[in-house]
Ligand binder design. Structure first.
Ligand code: AMP
Length: 281
């Protein structure tokens, strides 16, 4: 496994390989867990050269967010990448060149949900991914449904900009207690962790209620919101799974229930599919 620690090293590595097969990229911010490993396993059969990038991207953190204390474990990350038979880890200290002046923004899909609570976040995500796609010359990349709005936003970006990268979704991986795996779970106290388990329970109950015939979103959201135990519920919404537009009723189109909640200084997100399944093309 190669360790590449500068953008130049990454591009040189990719230049030598892109003619001999498909490069696949799993972009991450490190402190890797089984959710990230599942992305590597998802991508491994779809590419010839598997790259994992590890970079805590300052552009996607707002003022007062957890950039400075974001958990890091380079040795543990390398061990997981080795176990998953990754070909190269791209772990730069700096990703952006002097004079960097470009921003990629996807409008509409990023206006609400996490975009409302974290202004500038998605512009940071789309900008870093555009640069990572360029540096790694990847033709396929995978993103977790854990960050559903991010996944839909990146699919829009590659389509709108005609980037030669296929974005493959990967299912959300949960811990034994049902809590969505996240690097930020490390911040939770035992009590907060128990309370955080109400997030997925509330979402699953909402999806069950839809399966049993409930279609009124206001009622679904009211019940689910009441079942969440958090310090602050940032949002709990049911939206059209493709446009992320709010719904009043569950109809025939695939929907998604998404939640963001705070436990002390920790912000967690989760989501579940609701109603008709979403078919990815
Ligand atoms: P992060 O390191 O948190 O920026 O995440 C990097 C990638 O891993 C993103 O595509 C996330 O959606 C994905 N990811 C993080 N947690 C999970 C999880 N529990 N299940 C599936 N994918 C995940």
């Amino acid at each position: 496994m190669d360790l590449l620690d500068t953008p130049d090293a990454m591009t040189n590595w990719a230049r030598g390989r892109e003619r001999h097969g498909v490069i696949g990229l799993v972009p991450t911010m490190g402190f890797l867990h089984e959710g990230h490993a599942s992305l590597m396993r998802r991508l491994r059969p779809l590419c010839d050269h598997l790259v994992v990038s590890i970079y805590v991207n300052p552009l996607q953190f707002g003022p007062g967010e957890d950039l400075d204390r974001y958990p890091r474990d380079p040795d543990g990350d390398m061990a997981i990448c080795r176990r998953e038979e990754v070909d190269a880890v791209f772990m730069p200290d700096d990703l952006y060149p002097d004079g960097f002046a470009t921003q990629v923004a996807v409008h509409g899909l990023t206006d609400r949900l996490c975009g409302a609570g974290r202004p500038g976040h998605f512009e940071g995500v789309t900008t870093v991914c555009a640069r990572l796609f360029g540096l790694t010359r990847c033709r396929v990349s995978t993103f977790g449904e854990k960050d559903f709005q991010q996944l839909m936003t990146l699919r829009r970006m590659v389509e709108d900009l005609a980037l030669p990268v296929r974005i493959v979704p990967a299912p959300l991986v949960r811990d034994r207690d049902g809590v969505a795996l996240s690097s930020r779970n490390k911040y939770l106290s035992d009590t907060e962790r128990r309370r955080a388990a109400t997030l997925h329970r509330a979402l699953f109950a909402l999806a069950d209620a839809v399966d049993e015939g409930e279609t009124d979103v206001a009622s679904l959201v009211r019940d689910a919101g009441a079942a969440v135990d958090s310090d602050r519920l940032e949002y709990l919404e049911v939206v059209d799974a493709r446009s992320l537009a709010p719904l009043e009723r569950i109809g025939d189109a695939p929907a998604r229930a998404l939640v963001a909640a705070h436990y002390g200084t920790t912000r967690l997100i989760d989501n579940v599919a609701v109603g008709a399944p979403l078919s990815w093309s």
